[in-house]
Design a protein around this ligand. Structure first.
Ligand SMILES: [Zn+2]
Length: 299
């Protein structure tokens, strides 16, 4: 499943040619996964066995490698900044994950210090601690966490994050698998109360692409990440509606490159080509692959 070192070297060269061709200093990827090894291995087991998909689609992990190699590979791709998306599936886990992520960011060049949260009594306290420790971005996973983002216990925390201006990458669409609280409606309730909250809707909100674009059009701090969207893999079962392409062009300053590295069933380069073939132009690609995130994170 994993590629050979030579193939990886060639792919890295092609990724660098892609961003150099756009006149960029590199890429910024807002959706990469790094987490404690045993948690990551559980995630990989999940993709290997049951699979998150309807219809039992195969999901080989392309970059199943040691943590150091994975981080080094992003460097070879020329990813200047990336995140360590991690998330709890139960109470009492987020604080521990945040401790790990803080240490990971400290020892990993290019990593934007990431933190996470869950519906639980001490959420406000540990989110405040993470912010004080320098967290630049949060991850919320509505499907895995199986919580309602509009839950009353999270309201003060969303307020805190909105006030701090720290973005939250939120997996809230119903793809690849739906959850009890996925879909645009719970997020719309959060935004009605916290219109300045900097939510980054993961995976372009798939498959509710149009509804999440509605929210981005309505709230100017809402952004979307491209993670897995537009690829051959995703287009096969949750295609992006062609009629909404002009809206992507109009929201070109609020769409951010995301990849899901390393847990992707195709080479990293394919996500970049999938964006290129939308034919939204060079300026759009430059903004999405680098400039929008550089501005957001003041890099
Ligand atoms: Zn992800």
């Amino acid at each position: 499943m994993s590629s050979t070192p030579t193939a990886l070297g060639e792919e890295a060269g092609e990724v660098r040619r892609f961003w150099r061709g756009l006149g960029l200093p590199g890429l910024i990827d807002v959706h990469t996964h790094f987490m404690p090894e045993r948690v990551l291995h559980k995630v990989w087991d999940y993709f290997d066995t049951s699979g998150p998909m309807v219809g039992g689609l195969k999901w080989p992990i392309t970059y199943r490698r040691q943590e150091e190699e994975r981080a080094a590979l992003l460097g070879e791709f020329g990813v200047r900044a990336f995140t360590a998306m991690l998330y709890p599936h139960k109470p009492g886990m987020a604080r521990w994950l945040n401790g790990w992520a803080s240490d990971f960011a400290r020892r990993t060049p290019g990593c934007l210090h990431t933190a996470t949260l869950y519906t639980e009594p001490d959420v406000e306290a540990y989110v405040r601690e993470a912010l004080e420790a320098g967290a630049r971005v949060f991850k919320a996973h509505v499907q895995v966490g199986a919580y309602d983002p509009a839950d009353g216990r999270l309201q003060r925390t969303w307020g805190l994050l909105a006030e701090a201006g720290v973005p939250v990458v939120i997996h809230c669409g119903s793809g690849p698998a739906p959850g009890k609280h996925t879909g645009p409606e719970p997020v719309a309730r959060v935004l009605a109360r916290h219109p300045g909250l900097r939510l980054i809707v993961a995976h372009m909100g798939m498959p509710e692409y149009a509804e999440f674009l509605d929210l981005a059009e309505r709230y100017d701090q809402v952004r979307l990440d491209t993670t897995m969207a537009f690829t051959d893999f995703t287009e096969g079962f949750m295609p992006f509606p062609r009629r909404d392409l002009p809206r992507l062009a109009d929201l070109g300053d609020r769409i951010l490159l995301g990849s899901d590295f390393p847990n992707i069933p195709y080479p990293y380069l394919h996500q970049l080509h999938a964006l290129e073939r939308l034919e939204l132009g060079r300026d759009w690609l430059r903004a999405v692959c680098h400039d929008n995130a550089a501005r957001l994170f003041e890099l």
